[in-house]
Design a protein around this ligand. Structure first.
Ligand code: HEC
Length: 175
């Protein structure tokens, strides 16, 4: 799939360039969602996702949802939205509605170190919002928080190769 890889690499380069330009103009770029969205997203995540993905997004019943590798896998907030809004939760995929899925994306971003801002996360803009760019500054601090909360033990993130899920329907959960 060289064409697709090229496309995504190009998007990365453009996003990185835009981030640099905007970073010198101020640090608003790093947000992309409001604190209210992340807060509502936490509530929704706790009811619909945490039983498998963990209260701290650590798994272990399902892949962990934090870390720069995970952010890189999903590329943009829109990519993450696209997946969860059609595939999660497995028992009722796509049933939570656009607002709630966006709130959950905001929560996942916040848990990965992104800072809330004044502008709400909207679907139209989500495809241009790089998860790595939005989270990388705060990622280390979040990691330290997790270490402290876990009594100094690193939480192991359960990784699933992205190629396994990307764009595909999920397998049955009968294990
Ligand atoms: C019943 C358990 C369960 C619930 C509830 C659930 N998930 Fe999942 N989720 C899974 C499993 C299992 C996988 C791995 C499936 C696969 O890779 O094919 C997964 C995969 C994912 C992935 C892809 C992870 C990766 O990097 O490959 C994301 C993102 C995700 N879930 C988000 C959510 C969100 C958001 C919710 C709540 C709206 C949710 N899930 C609810 C079990 C669950």
């Amino acid at each position: 799939m060289p064409a697709i890889s090229f496309g995504r690499a190009t998007v990365h380069a453009i996003t990185a360039a835009a981030a640099m330009t905007l970073a010198s103009a101020g640090s608003l770029f790093a947000s992309g969602f409001t604190a209210e969205q992340a807060e509502a997203g936490k509530t929704a995540y706790m009811s619909h996702c945490a039983q498998c993905h963990g209260a701290q997004l650590e798994g272990p019943e399902a892949p962990g949802l934090f870390g720069q590798d995970v952010m890189g896998n999903w590329d943009t907030a829109g990519g993450l939205y696209d997946f969860i809004s059609v595939a999660m939760p497995p028992a009722a995929p796509g049933q939570l509605g656009e607002d709630v899925y966006l709130q959950i994306v905001a929560h996942i971003m916040a848990e990965n170190g992104a800072t809330a801002g004044d502008a709400a996360l909207e679907l139209a803009a989500a495809a241009d919002l790089s998860l790595v760019e939005a989270t990388k500054e705060g990622a280390a601090a979040k990691e330290a928080e997790r270490l402290a909360a876990g009594g100094g033990e690193a939480v192991e993130v359960i990784a699933v190769p992205q190629a396994y899920t990307w764009g595909k329907e999920l397998p049955q959960y009968n294990k």
